[in-house]
Design a protein. Structure first.
Length: 188
């Protein structure tokens, strides 16, 4: 079904077909073919496809690893408000990959945009920046707030664990810390 619509130029179908090839869902796994379909959809401005194409370049899935191209595709999707792409741009700044230099303040800016868009991993990263003083002054209370926001999503064990750590350091919060630690432990 996706193949016919994709061949007719439908960007969503092209993206979906790329995803199927990337993950071997209904077709044999073929990363190079996934990249081709992502590229077609990305060229039409579909932010999800731009983000996935960025991932292909970042990790070298079906193409040669190229951080500069990865950042370029991530940035296009990020400009359209794609939260995961905004987080990915932040990671590139954080690691100094595909950008002029490593810049924690720029990374935090992108993480904050993604976090505001509801990206749970970005919320965790903002908390980590606040906790460690990366791109911002150390602020344990602000870090705990971001860890809480991510932990309350219900399925991020790392955020639950990090929140528990913050709470253990606060006076009178041992019971709540233990509860969050138990939630994280249940997820492995």
């Amino acid at each position: 079904m996706f193949a016919q619509a994709a061949a007719q130029g439908h960007a969503e179908a092209q993206h979906s077909l790329g995803y199927c090839y990337q993950h071997g869902q209904g077709v044999a796994r073929d990363l190079a073919t996934a990249v081709c379909w992502y590229a077609r959809a990305a060229a039409q401005g579909l932010a999800a496809a731009q983000n996935h194409l960025g991932c292909c370049y970042y990790y070298g899935w079906g193409v040669a690893r190229n951080y500069h191209k990865a950042v370029g595709w991530y940035a296009r999707a990020a400009a359209r408000g794609h939260a995961a792409a905004q987080r990915h741009v932040g990671v590139c700044w954080d690691q100094g990959q595909g950008v002029p230099r490593r810049d924690h303040a720029a990374a935090l800016d992108w993480y904050s945009r993604a976090a505001a868009g509801g990206d749970v991993v970005a919320q965790l990263y903002v908390g980590g920046c606040c906790e460690k003083g990366l791109g911002v002054a150390k602020d344990p209370a602000l870090a705990a707030g971001w860890f809480r926001k991510a932990a309350e999503s219900g399925d991020d064990a790392e955020a639950q664990y990090r929140l528990a750590q913050c709470l253990f350091k606060q006076e009178g919060c041992l019971e709540e810390a233990a509860a969050w630690l138990a939630k994280a432990a249940k997820q492995g």
